[in-house]
Ligand binder design. Sequence first.
Ligand code: SF4
Length: 176
Amino acid sequence: MDDRTILVHACCGPCSTASIERMLTEGWKPTLFFSNSNIFPQEEADLRYEALLAVARAYGVPVIREVWNHEGWLEAVTGLEAEKEGGRRCEACFAYNLSEASQKAEELGFEHFCTTLTLSRFKNSKTIFRVGERFPHFEELDFKKKGGFDRSLVLSRELGLYRQHYCGCEFSIPSS
Ligand code: SF4
């Protein structure tokens, strides 16, 4: 496989916009990968996937969707349910999603994989990189750099993308 091909764990459509735009300008050949068993309920995962498909169409990149396995994800964060956002539950969540992406990259023969999770202002890229380095072929691409987050707001508006109002799991849904 061409050594600029890269499997991109895509957390959602909005975060993928500026990430994909930047990768294409840097000569990467991205394939989007949507697993995200952390997202609850499944209807919300479907909505986010639809937004990702709109991004894939806009940039002409392929998408792979993995089966949603929320039960498996809940097992991975057992005992961490009450953690604050940004804490140990989120670290376990990153590990779950990056492990899935790493396995898929391995299975399909990608030399590299990365995640759009680093675009969000609400997620610490250093923590994501610390988790990512456990897996082979992980690329430390920090998409919030070079104005990535602000650029994603512009591009998401242009594409009329659905924007979620909570991070993803049931523990991150605002109570009122
Ligand atoms: S708040 Fe977000 S990153 Fe943290 S565990 Fe829930 S879905 Fe994962």
